[in-house]
Design a protein around this ligand. Sequence first.
Ligand SMILES: C[S@@+](CC[C@H](N)C(=O)[O-])C[C@H]1O[C@@H](n2cnc3c(N)ncnc32)[C@H](O)[C@@H]1O
Length: 178
Amino acid sequence: MGLYSQVIFPICLDWAMSDATFSHYRQEVLSNVSGDVLEIGFGTGLNLSYYPPQIQKLITVDPNPGMNRRARKRIEESNIIVDNRVLSGEDLPFEDESFDSVVSTWTLCSIPNVDRAIAQIYRVLKPGGKFFFIEHGLSNEPNVRVWQNRLTPIQKVIADGCHLNRNIRQIVRISLRI
Ligand SMILES: C[S@@+](CC[C@H](N)C(=O)[O-])C[C@H]1O[C@@H](n2cnc3c(N)ncnc32)[C@H](O)[C@@H]1O
């Protein structure tokens, strides 16, 4: 992982994803999270202030140490105790059925082996546990899809592996057999 991924991209991401539009989605989805929580793709910690007050502890994973460095200040300022690990979502070192909630915001677009990561998420969720996620993905509009396919190779370079053209709904449904 080079200078761009570890230093420049985390700064750009933190700035771009602090926007009010993102905050609105974060608030809406995270307000329903409960119990033992795992967050996949913690990034710079922008979700932290949106967890409900009853969440006192959180385990997070992200493979980019540069993201974790920028997340540190938010962790220090938060009332939540964060166990922040430099790990990939595809290889979670947690017991089966150990979390009530798994959270992922704008991360399924970037995980190289997303099917494997979703299988891992499913494995670590307790029976009745919930997967809370927010994503962008493949449009229903054919004209938009053409451009999503054209621009994805560029996007992957600029946005550190992010795909514009993943059919997230289908990927989650197939992986979870729903
Ligand atoms: C667009 S950012 C979103 C960050 C954060 N979730 C947010 O909402 O601000 C995508 C994140 O996915 C992380 N990521 C990339 N590959 C990953 C993987 N294999 N497992 C877990 N996270 C990954 C990146 O390091 C980055 O922090």
